[in-house]
Design a binder for this molecule. Structure first.
Ligand code: ADP
Ligand code: MG
Length: 339
């Protein structure tokens, strides 16, 4: 790939230092993704300018005009602090006619609603847990068809915000309590899904039309506390000490029958096509005890730090981190019809 001029958009608090020396591990953990992407792209010979973006659009327009990037590397996960606004920034990039990496705004919209995505996928025969949505300000009444245990979470937030062991409820009282907690703490509607007891499976997908499915990946919980459930809570995802203590490890899913692997890979592709995801995405499943891969959520623009699931699965498939980032750039350029 030729050397590109890249404008990378990230949250202003996550703009990494040019040199990470002298920072503690905890400090570096916060901007690890941004640092990995920036330094690796530079190492590959690209010119990278970082731009902190959160409440103003003018700097984006100015930089697109003045810096004249070949492509924007989109690392934004929110705007005005709102997860659901992230896709609007991508819409702006489209209106400015500048190529960008990652998922298009329509795919982001379809994937972000944890109810909408499941409705669309059910039509295409993808197994999804039964669910009900509880908007803010309405009485919590469980539909009779929805059986306990249920998993309660935000309808639109990600990064496991508001997810803890208490997210799994087995009475109407606890359901109402947890729904209220989501309303108050995250200020979004809540969704309660049938709890899928089973394995935590992640599948990375790379591509616009022709999709490459990365090796089926698993998050394992090897030292679960007594009485705890194997779920990806906030602590499991973001607390390295807790991960160490509880033996949270990721790696290729072992001992899956070839039939199950094929089924998961086929479903992952169908999910990307249905939800119009392009660029790079990660599809999360729970594999039930009887080997049914239930769709849990689709993540457009998933975490791509070098050591996290997506990049590790790519590496397992023989794609190094610099190659992965170049592929992501190439997909952005291709979608824009540039090359
Ligand atoms: N219906 C469910 N059954 C079992 N576990 C679930 C279910 N929904 C979510 N989880 C657990 O919670 C985690 C986070 O849920 P998810 O919908 O992916 O939210 P987020 O967008 O915050 O990652 C999942 O990775 C899984 O471990
Ligand atoms: Mg998730």
């Amino acid at each position: 790939m030729r050397n590109l001029k890249i404008l990378a958009l990230a949250h202003p608090d996550l703009i990494p230092p040019d040199n990470p020396e002298g920072f503690t591990e905890a400090e570096a953990y916060v901007w690890k993704t941004e640092y990995d992407v920036m330094s690796t792209l530079r190492g590959s010979g690209h010119e990278v300018k970082m731009l902190g973006v959160q409440s103003e659009l003018t700097p984006i327009r100015d930089e697109v005009e003045n810096f004249q990037p070949d492509i924007v590397f989109n690392l934004l996960e929110e705007f005005h602090g709102e997860t659901l606004y992230a896709q609007n920034v991508v819409s702006l990039l489209e209106l400015l006619r500048v190529p960008y990496t990652g998922c298009n705004p329509r795919g982001q919209l379809l994937a972000r609603g944890k109810d909408l995505s499941k409705k669309l996928l059910k039509y295409h025969r993808v197994p999804v847990p039964a669910f009900a949505v509880f908007p803010i300000g309405r009485k919590v009444r469980r539909p009779g068809r929805l059986k306990f245990p249920l998993f309660v979470k935000s309808l639109s937030e990600d990064a496991s915000r508001g997810i803890a062991q208490a997210s799994v409820v087995d009475t109407d009282e606890k359901l109402a309590e947890r729904v209220t907690f989501i309303h108050k703490r995250l200020k979004t509607a809540a969704i309660a899904e049938e709890y899928i007891d089973g394995r935590e499976i992640y599948v990375g997908v790379l591509g616009n039309d022709r999709l490459q499915v990365l090796p089926v990946w698993e998050l394992e919980f090897s030292k679960l506390a007594e009485g705890s459930l194997p779920i990806a809570t906030e602590k499991v995802k973001h607390d390295p000490d807790y991960q160490e203590k509880r033996g949270v490890i990721q790696g290729p899913a072992k001992d899956l029958s070839p039939t199950v692997v094929t089924r998961i890979r086929t479903l992952a592709k169908r999910i990307c096509h249905t939800l119009e995801l392009d660029g790079y995405s990660r599809i999360d499943f729970r594999l039930s005890k009887d080997d049914v891969p239930y769709f849990i959520e689709a993540n457009p623009n998933p975490e791509i730090a070098a050591r996290e699931e997506y990049a590790q699965a790519a590496l397992h498939a023989g794609t190094t981190y610099p190659e992965l980032l170049n592929k992501i750039l190439a997909l952005g350029l291709k979608r824009a019809g540039v090359e």
